[in-house]
Structure formats: structure tokens, C-alpha cells
Design a protein around this ligand. Structure first.
Ligand SMILES: C[S@@+](CC[C@H](N)C(=O)[O-])C[C@H]1O[C@@H](n2cnc3c(N)ncnc32)[C@H](O)[C@@H]1O
Length: 234
């Protein structure tokens, strides 16, 4: 699939008011690139990073939906963080909360973008347990409850399930959940088990393999009203 076809499907499936031309224009602003099997060294990003076209989809959706709080699960060397932070910078608002228990994470994120980023250097379970406690309480404004989530963490079914459940429970209407590697040979099976167990696969999730990626991304948007439910499950 090319990136325009992806935007057209997202607009149709999730009832966006943006045109494909507008989303294409946003994508064209994002020159951060990503991993690509066809690049020769020195490559801008190493294996494990998202593809440039996937970063452009993330970027365009953040430009269009203008979230206040983005969660990124899985930082690695910082490719997806860079795309997200560039979009927040262009929007002139929003903060990024990123979870990753690894060492030396985010080393390639440009220094000028880091002001909007908070890194939680801990395991997913610890982070989610704490946030869920607050999210269920009356103190929601004291935690970074997201209105946009990007998951590229362990790709284990149980982790994917927990994150997808959190997204379905706590994203506001119209909030996006984007997940990497839904069609990747090494990860698709586990990732899709997690998404099915959470009920998101049956609730309108769309999967896209965008040329030249061989990973795939899944996109889901929390319905805004009953009508959206019909659209999303078409
Ligand atoms: C595929 S990499 C992320 C790549 C990044 N999204 C990018 O585009 O550059 C996955 C990251 O998830 C982290 N990770 C895996 N399982 C985790 C867990 N259960 N809790 C916290 N971090 C985890 C690893 O340390 C690794 O850096």
C-alpha cells in the first residue's frame, strides 16, 4: 500500500474530517526517515526503528489530531520519538511520555526536541500499574493520561493486550492507538493475539503494510459517538 491509500482508508474507517491531501501535506513535513532495508550504511536509523513512512503516518495523525499527551511504549534509539516530537513541535503544543526499561535509550533524538519529552525508565507493568491506579481514581489530572498512544514495545501478546485494554478504557473519544509490527513475520502472531484478547482487533482496528516496510502498523481510534462504531467496524 502507498501512504496516500493508507490515509484514505484511515479517513474512511475512522470518520476523520481531514482530506487525504492535508494528511499528505503533513507527511511531507516529516523528513526524519527511519529504518529501511534498502539503505546502505551509514544508515540514519538502525534495525528496530520504525520505517520512515510509518513515522510519517504517526506524524500526520498527530498533526491532525493535535493531542496534549502522547504515550510512546518503546523508545529504542529514538526514531519514533523523533517523529512524534517533531509533530508536537509543529503543533506548538503537547508532551510525550515514553516508557522503556532499556539502557542508552533515545540517544539519537535531537537535543532541540527533548524539552517536550519525559522518559519513564521502567518496565511496562510498573508504569501501567501506577497510572491505572490514578486513572481509576478521581485524581486523573495528576497523571499523564494519554490522548494518543504508540506501542512498539516487546510485541509480546500479554504486553500488547495490557496496552490495548488501557487504550480502549482510557483514551478519550477520538483518541488514536497506533501499534507497530502487526504484520511483521517475527511479531504478527503474538501482536494479533494480544489485540484480539483485548477486543481491539474486533473493534475496528485497521492494519497497513506501507511500502517499503515489512513490519506493518495497526491503527485504532476510539469512537466519538455511536455512529463512529458503525464506521470503524465496516
Ligand atoms: C523495537 S524497540 C523500540 C523502537 C522505537 N519505537 C523506534 O522506532 O526507534 C523496543 C524497546 O522496548 C523496550 N522494552 C521491551 N520490553 C519492555 C518492557 N516490558 N518494559 C519496558 N521496556 C521494554 C526495549 O528496551 C526496546 O528499547
Amino acid at each position: 500500500m502507498n501512504i496516500r491509500a493508507v490515509f484514505e482508508d484511515i479517513i474512511h474507517s475512522f470518520g476523520l474530517s481531514a482530506s487525504a491531501d492535508l494528511l499528505m501535506a503533513y507527511a511531507a513535513e516529516d523528513l526524519a526517515q527511519g529504518w529501511d532495508n534498502n539503505f546502505h550504511p551509514p544508515r540514519p536509523w538502525n534495525p528496530g526503528s520504525i520505517f520512515g513512512v510509518e513515522g510519517q503516518v504517526l506524524y500526520a495523525l498527530i498533526r491532525d489530531s493535535r493531542p496534549d499527551t502522547v504515550w510512546e511504549l518503546g523508545v529504542g534509539e529514538g526514531c519514533s520519538s523523533t517523529h512524534i516530537l517533531m509533530a508536537l513541535e509543529a503543533n506548538g503544543k503537547g508532551e510525550l511520555h515514553s516508557v522503556d526499561a532499556g539502557l542508552d535509550i533515545g540517544q539519537k533524538i535531537p537535543a532541540r526536541l527533548r524539552g517536550r519529552m519525559t522518559v519513564w525508565p521502567e518496565m511496562l507493568d510498573d508504569f501501567l500499574m501506577r497510572i491505572e491506579d490514578v486513572a481509576y481514581s478521581r485524581k486523573r489530572n495528576k497523571a499523564p493520561i494519554p490522548d494518543f498512544i504508540f506501542d512498539d514495545l516487546s510485541h509480546r501478546a500479554d504486553d500488547v493486550e495490557k496496552i490495548a485494554r488501557f487504550a480502549m478504557n482510557f483514551l478519550p473519544p477520538g483518541g488514536f492507538f497506533v501499534i507497530h509490527d502487526t504484520l511483521a513475520k517475527a511479531h504478527a502472531e503474538q501482536v494479533m493475539v494480544g489485540l484480539r484478547t483485548a477486543g481491539m482487533a474486533q473493534a475496528g482496528l485497521r492494519n497497513y503494510m506501507i511500502e517499503p516496510s515489512d513490519c506493518g502498523i495497526g491503527v485504532w481510534r476510539k469512537p466519538q459517538k455511536e455512529q463512529d462504531d458503525g464506521n470503524a467496524s465496516a
